[in-house]
Design a protein. Structure first.
Length: 319
């Protein structure tokens, strides 16, 4: 959905987009209408990348890559090796923002407030899940958040309100990744702070969005993507002073991670003040997604937003 929306918006803004689709088997598909790519369809990585280079795009718009392989720096590294300019953050910022323990280390060095946590890897993560969960509860209390260290769209995230649920969540995450990130649960309102760069590379804080899950007790995968799963309000109904504080946290997180072009930082308004959860380097890009809703609240159409992201990359500020 993001890809289709971006393609339409690019055409509306006067760009000439080429749709490149990567299927679940890793094959690259190009539109036969493109002269340079008329004969290619279903190519593997080396041939597909070669065909993309042959097409000589001015910029590769990464608006539809979310989660592993797209948001973690791998595609960005691939494009850099091919000498292709792309939208959004570079390899290091993408990888650091995708890896939650690394993100939190960078946040702390930059003075960005985060929830207390315990990161377990290696031999510790291979301990019996019951013992591991009990120690996490002893350290951080209940409710307890259990996360895969690297992931997106709240996949592999569990909120445990009792020990049995904590044990089950620990078993699932440790079994999938061999590492577990435990965090103290922060209750309160959830906001997201979008940041959009200007053509000169300076970063602009856009209006905040408040996220209110309806079908879950936190903004999980279903609440994110199921129709009616949540309400999003932009601009968030937060007083001006607190709005400024949260926007500054979004800007600080963007800068600390070395993000470029665009980012969206999720924040909880906890009892002791704002707590930053994570930064998304490739946020959703449908007109109904959080970032475009924020841009709309700032008076920017979806087509204008997509055009700005592309032009920032074209001028070298984001690649």
């Amino acid at each position: 959905m993001s890809g289709r929306a971006v393609l339409d918006a690019l055409g509306e803004s006067g760009h000439v987009p080429i749709a490149v689709r990567l299927d679940r088997q890793g094959r690259w598909h190009f539109p036969p209408a493109s002269d340079a790519l008329a004969e290619v369809s279903g190519f593997s990585l080396p041939l597909g990348l070669g065909a993309l280079v042959e097409a000589r795009p001015d910029v590769v718009f990464l608006g539809a890559f979310h989660g592993q392989f797209g948001e973690d720096g791998r595609v960005q590294g691939l494009l850099e090796c091919a000498g292709l300019r792309y939208t959004g953050s570079g390899v290091r910022a993408s990888a650091n923002a995708f890896d939650k323990p690394t993100t939190k280390q960078i946040y702390r060095l930059a003075g960005v407030p985060v929830a207390e946590d315990w990161f377990v890897t290696g031999d510790e993560a291979r301990r019996e899940s019951g013992a591991l969960a009990r120690e996490a509860v002893d350290r951080l209390g209940l409710p307890l958040v259990i996360k895969t260290p690297a992931g997106g769209s709240s996949v592999g995230v569990y909120v445990a309100r009792d020990l049995a649920t904590a044990i089950e969540g620990t078993r699932r995450v440790a079994g999938e990744d061999g590492a577990v990130l435990f965090e103290a649960f922060v209750s309160g309102r959830e906001l997201t702070a979008p940041v959009l760069e200007r053509a000169d590379g300076t970063a602009e804080a856009l209006p905040l969005v408040e996220i209110i899950p309806i079908i879950a007790d936190f903004f999980d995968y279903e609440a994110k993507y199921q129709q009616g799963g949540s309400r999003e309000i932009s601009p968030a109904e937060v007083d001006p002073e607190l709005t400024h504080v949260v926007q500054e946290l979004g800007l600080r997180a963007h800068e600390a991670l070395g993000c470029a072009g665009i980012s969206r930082t999720d924040v909880m308004l906890g009892p002791m003040g704002p707590v930053v959860l994570e930064t998304n380097t490739l946020p959703g890009m449908t007109p109904a997604s959080l970032f475009p809703k924020s841009a709309a609240a700032a008076g920017m159409s979806f087509a204008a937003l997509v055009d700005r992201i592309a032009r920032v990359a074209l001028r070298g500020a984001a690649a």
